[in-house]
Design a protein around this ligand. Structure first.
Ligand SMILES: [Ca+2]
Ligand SMILES: [Ca+2]
Length: 261
């Protein structure tokens, strides 16, 4: 391959990344929060690549691991293997209020329901296409489930290509528990990642990792726009998001530039 072509490709990729992403702040710009000083790590060396955590109505903490286990944190502080899903592509999880089931995103199989009775596939298709790369899920107060799809073009193993291409292949989906159908709520998202419900249940916040921002989507639109900026110019790519007890949100960040450039 001619070296000039390689150089042109590299330049194109670099320009695409720089035009697609805001620059990342250095660590020195990250706020020092005293709350972090007292944090302890749960499951270090025991839990294999947990993507997310969920707490059920009884206060039990769950996580899904990359080796296919749904693990439960026991009262004595140790983790127990609870259900084996035989999947290496488990990502976000949440619990349902009414039946206290666990809902798990499997980026290959779709949306799974996990209970004491076993594992069932809740949804595997959206508008006739295979549901792939489901990243996170949250239950709304009406029982519907809002699901992020990070990329409709690239598989999870090639997620970095989604970053390099810099195009919005992400979606927000809704699973209707009455019809058991999945519909598309939002398209054109830049790597839709974590999703969380507001304290009053009136909107969801969706993280767009490659845009360093999170958007707000009102669940009852009325005359509102389907998406608004919730927070932008974050000092890293937002990954998971969780509602805090005071109504604010905890957002985890990825240092995109330090990993890829
Ligand atoms: Ca989550
Ligand atoms: Ca995630």
């Amino acid at each position: 391959m001619p070296s000039g072509f390689m150089l042109a490709c590299l330049l194109a990729f670099t320009l695409q990344i720089f035009f697609s992403l805001p620059p990342v702040s250095s660590d020195s710009l990250l706020p020092m929060i005293s709350t972090f000083q007292g944090l302890i790590k749960l499951g270090e060396g025991v839990v294999n690549y947990p993507e997310d955590v969920a707490v059920d109505r009884n206060g039990v903490v769950y996580t899904a691991t990359r080796d296919g286990w749904i693990m439960r944190l026991q009262n004595n502080g140790t983790w127990k293997n609870w259900k084996l899903i035989h999947s290496q592509t488990l990502l976000g999880i949440t619990t349902t209020k009414e039946k206290n089931n666990l809902i798990v995103c499997d980026s290959d199989k779709g949306l799974l329901k996990v209970s004491e009775n076993g594992v069932t596939v809740l949804a595997s298709h959206v508008t006739g296409s295979k549901l792939r790369f489901a990243n996170d899920v949250i239950e709304a107060s009406d029982g519907s489930l809002y699901i992020t799809v990070s990329s409709t073009k690239f598989a999870p193993k090639a997620y970095y290509l989604d970053l390099v291409e810099g195009e919005p292949h992400g979606q927000l989906l809704r699973y209707d528990p009455s019809s058991k159908q999945v519909s598309i709520v939002l398209e054109g998202l830049y790597f839709a990642n974590g999703v969380a419900l507001s304290k009053h249940g009136d909107f969801v916040v969706v993280c767009e990792s490659w845009k360093f921002r999170c958007i707000k989507h009102w669940l009852k639109l009325g005359d509102k726009r389907d998406r608004e900026i919730f927070i932008e110019n974050l000092p890293g790519g937002p990954d998971n998001i969780n509602l805090a007890p005071d109504g604010s949100f905890w957002i985890s960040l990825i240092k995109v530039f330090k990993i890829y450039i």
